[in-house]
Ligand binder design. Structure first.
Ligand SMILES: [Zn+2]
Length: 282
């Protein structure tokens, strides 16, 4: 990537990586990711650090290059909050593409919960679809009935070959009537879960992102939220769609690297190095 971008490898500060699954942030590993079979606790960080050392060299500060791995919805939420909603102290982004996930940014920081599980709303069971098999192995998950993958499954046949969220995005862009109807229905399903999310977190902005996040889906979400949530919960809530689009995850990954470089702990460590008498510097 560095070569393809014509970038100067000596100026790389770190690597940010977005993955579509729950992440153990401290360890830099994905944990039981339903749509990444075979990747459970794979040492992504170490593998990338080794590859970087072999093909590029040492990091800017010597030692292994910092590699920061996070869930895609978390990174998208961080990027969108920082770019356009800096004043919003409670921000929620829901990504509906092949799977469904949410990222929560509180006071400018991603809220991950105690082990990275926060926002993993795709596998909440919905009440009336016990027959729908999910990629996680359970039945009746939200993702099994309202994700891009679920819609693609319902649409294939009627709309040619559809297999993923991006196929559904294409059909929606073409104005395919069944796709529009199903997207609105999926919005209502996701909205049902979001009633609890917004009641618990009382966010200022609820952003919809991913392949399905167009007008029909948003209409379904609004319908359910305004119907079922208490008026007070939605009085100051903005429901919006993504501004950064497909770049959000990338920008969020870069933001995470920058946040890491300028974190108070690292700044303290650098200052301690400069101020210590052994360093031989003033
Ligand atoms: Zn599931």
């Amino acid at each position: 990537l560095i070569a393809a971008a014509g970038a100067d490898a000596s100026r790389v500060c770190g690597v940010g990586l977005s993955v579509p699954g729950p992440v153990d942030w401290e360890a830099g590993r994905v944990v039981e990711p339903p749509i990444m079979p075979g990747w459970d606790r794979y040492p992504i960080r170490e593998r990338l650090q080794d590859a970087y050392a072999r093909h590029v060299g040492a990091s800017l500060e010597g030692g292994p290059v910092p590699v920061l791995v996070d869930n895609d919805a978390n990174l998208m939420a961080l990027a969108e909050q920082q770019a356009n909603h800096r004043d919003c102290c409670a921000f929620v982004l829901v990504k509906v593409s092949t799977g469904i996930g949410a990222g929560v940014v509180v006071d400018g920081h991603v809220y991950r919960g105690i082990d990275g599980g926060a926002g993993d709303i795709g596998h909440i069971r919905v009440h009336d679809r016990a027959d729908a098999l999910c990629m996680c192995g359970s039945y009746g998950c939200l993702a099994a009935v309202a994700s891009g993958r679920a819609l693609a499954k319902e649409l294939s046949g009627a709309a040619g070959n559809a297999a993923s969220g991006s196929d559904v995005r294409r059909l929606l862009a073409e104005g395919h009537p069944d796709a529009i109807r199903l997207a609105r229905e999926a919005g209502r399903r996701v909205g049902e879960v979001l009633v609890t999310v917004v009641t618990l977190l009382n966010p200022g902005v609820l952003m919809l992102a991913g392949d399905l996040s167009g007008v029909p889906f948003m209409t379904g979400v609004r319908e359910l939220l305004y119907q079922r949530a208490m008026p007070r919960t939605t009085a100051n809530l903005q429901i919006v769609t993504s501004r950064l689009g497909d770049h959000a995850g990338l920008i969020g990954a870069a933001t995470t690297v920058v946040d890491h470089l300028y974190s108070p702990e690292r700044a303290d460590a650098r200052l301690a190095g400069i101020l210590s008498p052994q360093s031989g510097r003033p």
